[in-house]
Design a protein around this ligand. Structure first.
Ligand SMILES: *Cc1c(COP(=O)(O)O)cnc(C)c1O
Length: 948
């Protein structure tokens, strides 16, 4: 603890922010569950052998006011200089309308991933706008709904190129030496375990016959502009794939990748209104030709129809993803950067094509003036033509110029030993340009604004972009504000109702925790700014790391991974590195239970391992005999295992330490997936159970918002022997997994604030109440539904799985019918059909009050009655409230030809009378959408037709 608060509040009061049930409600709930007190419930739930011995002690919990003062102190330790470092990160102006209505609006940031499209139409439309923008700017037909960052997008493009290339040269990839260093670093990390030989060089030396693909940076990291058309033709002649990593803002002026024949374009949309944030979060993009859609990683939003033939949005081609294809999935990308993609898409809607072009032109003109001034001052400026980036050779003056720039309040980029890179952006002002000149020893006034462009003629963009009416809205802010509100209102986020998603812990992101994210001291720092300007961040990272080590029982934390799945990948790489250091290069077998989350096998595949599935027994536990037999069988080549604790079945398996021992005995390492940490904090530590490495989903357990499918943070904790194998620095080192050293650091104040305001006891209490809430639901639903997996004392952990498979036979009711009916009741469905097909996994978390838990249980019980009505023939098996769910307002006012009342259909138990949430569309037809794939905004005429 670096800080001792003085005005702390009594424990009970301070922690009520995050803990739903009041003390009185808790005792009522305990009596329903049938235990005397919370301590007894925990004793009956978590086996003694795996309990943590010492309580968590982070000192006294901080009050909200104290926390905000503390955060302000930390913020003040960061120095915010004007960054002209560039290298893929740019100053940008977040339009205040977007900052306030999206970035800081819980309707947007507390939403879940849009797996249930009927209650996600708003963010799906916003993401479709993003995809349309990317598709237009890159000149490629189809774009995904974001990737984690530009560097990982480059790595994904490489593996995608390997999948789709028809060449025989499947083990070599060419990388333009003008790519950003962090892109090259992450590509190399990704290539190594897959046996891909990465050749970094001058594109003029590209030997197309020997590679399956090549990636070029556009504009180059030092500012060069080049037409890649001829190179891509060479690649195509050799049946190889051409990838361009492009700055999307430059594409408003420059010939687009599609026009150069590129097969894949990637890049970052950060400069579309998303603050740099010391590295993240922001949305990377990927676009490709339609014929390669099925090989593209990440989520794709597409258009489909609902039951009445109305046009609707939903996630397309989901069969490519890990939930279904596991180790054969197109990638392990699960959580991506939805909220940031929404912001970038709105930036384009807000400015329109003319606005974006004007911003790009202004930046270019400023760069021209800056370069002219430097040339007048006697400096050699490269390249001849550029967009926003120049490189100046200053010989022995490098150190001196960088230092004077810092004295002027500006960070410039160190390039090699004698050069300096400068990249201008939307925030650059005439005073900035003058200050740069002064740093170079030039006195001058930036006052001749005569427009001057020096873009090469052959690279001027000639095609139109952002032609869809959505990018040509009336520019009055009123229109924009109402559009954002309209979309938000279509969605059911945590600001409206419980989202009881098993495994995907959806908990409160408290307002005070969120506030520092917007502060300029956190949002404006460049990831490659000098270390001594980021003392505030260093302190946050150190303090949070220390606390997470304490919570998990590990010895060190790497903050680099940008999602849980990315954490898995980084953790497995650390295991692989450890084996390699021991000379055990043959250890490539990974045991993974069948019940594992799909990202587990997908991540194992990314480090070149072979997945050996392990069975679960009747009770949902790992089948120990099967596990032992497979470990023995593969003893010589065992890399390790990936297990989830408590298991994805929601049970604290007593055998976990034995499982870990077996793996260790056979020379393997244990990866414990930490997604279920919300059931453990303060009570049990993965590091004590025998885990060597785990990821934590900070966007689940530690209060970073889910953002409608991202951002996320998946830091990994490791035991000391794995510390040497943690991810390296993307700018200077090796083994990086993300573009920035600390992933998305601007989110870290949220998790730290949570820990500080809860204190050790508060965090532990949250775990206990999460377990209480789940057991309360299990108890209340008992009898109506079968609860599938329980511990030996009949308790569930922090989530419970209810079985809906019997209703398929008895009433022809599917798990999907129940999920959609819950929408009528005003709920987001629990996790559907995972880890067991035909079941619902319910995780209420500690945040829900008894009233909300009861509303949910009442709704579930009423749904069970509706199923009984079908079973007993009281209502038609095809025309009933379950099959017709969800019901829209349109249903209510149209002719009513149903054997149940409008009241029953639209206002079932649970639904609010006054604050009724109306799903905006009827049930979505997923298959139709995949058969008629459309992944950009459809023409307005289609809207008109659909509305008929
Ligand atoms: C959520 C989850 C993951 C993946 O995390 P992302 O952040 O979505 O990549 C992995 N394993 C389990 C058990 C999870 O619940």
């Amino acid at each position: 603890m670096t800080f001792v608060p003085t005005d702390y509040l009594p424990y009970d009061f301070a922690n009520r922010r995050h803990i739903g049930p009041s003390p009185a409600e808790m005792s009522q709930m305990l009596s329903v569950v049938g235990v005397a007190d919370l301590a007894t419930l925990i004793d009956e739930t978590i086996p003694d052998a795996i309990r943590q011995k010492e309580p968590l002690d982070f000192g006294r919990p901080m009050s909200e006011r104290k926390l905000l003062h503390h955060m302000a102190d930390l913020a003040a330790k960061n120095c915010v200089l004007t960054s002209l470092i560039g290298q893929g990160y740019h100053g940008t102006v977040t339009p205040p309308a977007i900052q306030r209505n999206i970035f800081e609006n819980p309707a947007w940031y507390t939403a879940y991933t849009p797996y249930q499209p009927e209650i996600s139409q708003g963010r799906l439309e916003a993401l479709l706008n993003f995809q349309t923008m990317v598709s237009d700017l890159t000149g490629l037909e189809i774009a995904n709904a974001s990737l984690l960052d530009e560097a990982t997008a480059c790595a994904e493009a490489m593996t995608m190129a390997q999948r789709i290339a028809k060449t025989k040269a499947k083990d070599r990839f060419f990388v333009d030496e003008n790519c950003h260093p962090q892109n090259i670093a992450v590509i190399k990390t990704r290539a190594e375990p897959l046996g891909i030989d990465v050749v970094v060089g001058n594109p003029d030396d590209l030997d197309a016959e020997t590679v399956f693909g090549a990636i070029f940076q556009y504009p180059g990291t030092y500012g060069h502009l080049r037409d890649f058309t001829a190179l891509i033709e060479k690649l195509h002649a050799a049946k190889a794939i051409g990838v361009i990593s492009a700055d999307p803002l430059s594409l408003t002026l420059l010939k687009e990748p599609g026009a150069m024949g590129a097969d894949i374009a990637v890049g970052s949309t950060q400069r579309f209104g998303v603050p740099v944030g010391y590295g993240g979060p922001h949305a990377a993009y990927m676009a490709t030709k339609k014929q390669y859609a099925r090989s593209m990683p990440g989520r794709i939003v597409g258009v489909s129809i609902d039951r009445h033939g109305n046009q609707v949005y939903r996630l397309a081609l989901q069969t490519r993803e890990q939930h279904i294809r596991r180790e054969k999935a197109t990638s392990n990308v699960c959580t991506a950067q939805a909220l940031l993609a929404v912001m970038a898409g709105f930036y384009a809607v807000f400015h329109g094509p003319d606005g974006l072009k004007a911003i790009a032109q202004r930046i270019h003109r400023k760069t021209v003036r800056l370069a002219d001034g430097l040339r007048r001052g006697g400096f050699v400026v490269e390249p001849e033509t550029f967009f926003d980036t120049i490189t100046v050779d200053v010989g022995p003056l490098q150190q001196a110029v960088l230092k004077s720039a810092v004295d002027e309040g500006i960070n410039l980029r160190r390039v090699g030993k004698t050069q300096i890179g400068i990249t201008l952006d939307e925030r650059t002002r005439p005073e900035t340009i003058e200050a740069v000149w002064r740093a170079f020893g030039i006195d001058g006034k930036d006052e001749d604004y005569t427009p001057s462009y020096i873009l090469p003629d052959n690279l001027i963009r000639t095609s139109a972009y952002l032609t869809h009416p959505i990018f040509h809205m009336n520019r009055a802010e009123t229109e924009m504000m109402r559009y954002m509100r309209r979309l938000a209102d279509r969605d059911l986020a945590l600001d409206r109702a419980m989202i009881p998603l098993g495994s995907c812990t959806m908990k409160l992101n408290s307002a005070a925790e969120m506030m520092p994210v917007s502060w300029e001291e956190f949002s404006l720092l460049h990831p490659f700014a000098p270390q001594d300007q980021a003392d505030g961040y260093t302190e946050i990272i150190d303090d949070l790391s220390a606390k997470l080590c304490e919570i998990t029982g590990y010895d060190a934390i790497s903050m680099q991974p940008n999602s849980g799945a990315q954490g898995e990948y980084a953790g497995l790489l650390s295991i692989a590195g450890y084996h390699r250091a021991n000379g055990d290069t043959n250890r490539t077998i990974c045991l993974i239970p069948m019940s594992a989350h799909g990202t587990n096998p997908a991540s194992a595949q990314m480090v070149g391992w072979t997945v050996v599935p392990v069975q679960s027994d009747e009770a949902g536990n790992i089948d120990l005999d099967d596990f032992r037999a497979k470990a023995e069988q593969h003893a010589d080549s065992l890399a390790g295992c990936m297990i989830t604790y408590p298991s994805t079945h929601g049970v604290f398996e007593e055998t976990v330490t034995e499982v870990c021992d077996i793996v260790h005995q056979h020379g393997g390492q244990v990866y414990i997936d930490g997604a279920n940490m919300n059931a453990m904090v303060g009570l049990s530590r993965p590091g004590d159970l025998g885990g060597d490495v785990s990821h934590l989903n900070l966007h689940k357990t530690f209060c970073i918002p889910h953002g409608g499918g991202g951002p996320g943070m998946g830091p990994i904790g490791v035991k000391s022997h794995l510390i040497p194998h943690l991810p390296g620095d993307p700018n200077t080192g090796e083994g990086a997994v993300s573009a920035a050293a600390y992933g998305s650091p601007s989110l870290l104040p949220i998790s730290l604030a949570y820990c500080l305001m809860m204190g050790g006891e508060g965090l532990t209490q949250a775990t206990r109440v999460a377990i209480l809430n789940a057991n309360y639901i299990a108890k209340r639903l008992e009898g109506a539904y079968d609860v599938l997996y329980k511990g030996p004392k009949g308790r569930v952990a922090h989530e419970c799985i209810i079985d809906t498979r019997p209703f398929a036979d008895s009433a022809d009711v599917t798990v999907e019918d129940i999920a959609k009916r819950l929408m009528d009741c005003g709920f987001h469905a629990p996790t559907m059909s995972w880890p067991v097909a035909g079941t619902l996994m319910i995780e209420p978390t500690e945040l829900e009050t008894k009233a909300e838990l009861d509303r949910f249980c009442d709704a579930m019980l009423a749904i069970r009655e509706e199923i009984a009505d079908i079973e007993n023939g009281r209502i038609d098996a095809l025309n009933n409230p379950l099959k017709n769910a969800p019901h829209t307002m349109e249903d209510l006012v149209k002719e009513w030809d149903r054997p149940y009342s409008r009241e029953t259909g639209c206002f079932p138990v649970g639904a609010f009378r006054e604050d009724k949430y109306w799903p905006p569309v009827n049930r979505v037809d997923n298959v139709w959408g995949d058969r008629n794939l459309t992944c950009t905004c459809p023409p307005m005429t289609d809207y008109a037709e659909a509305a008929e």
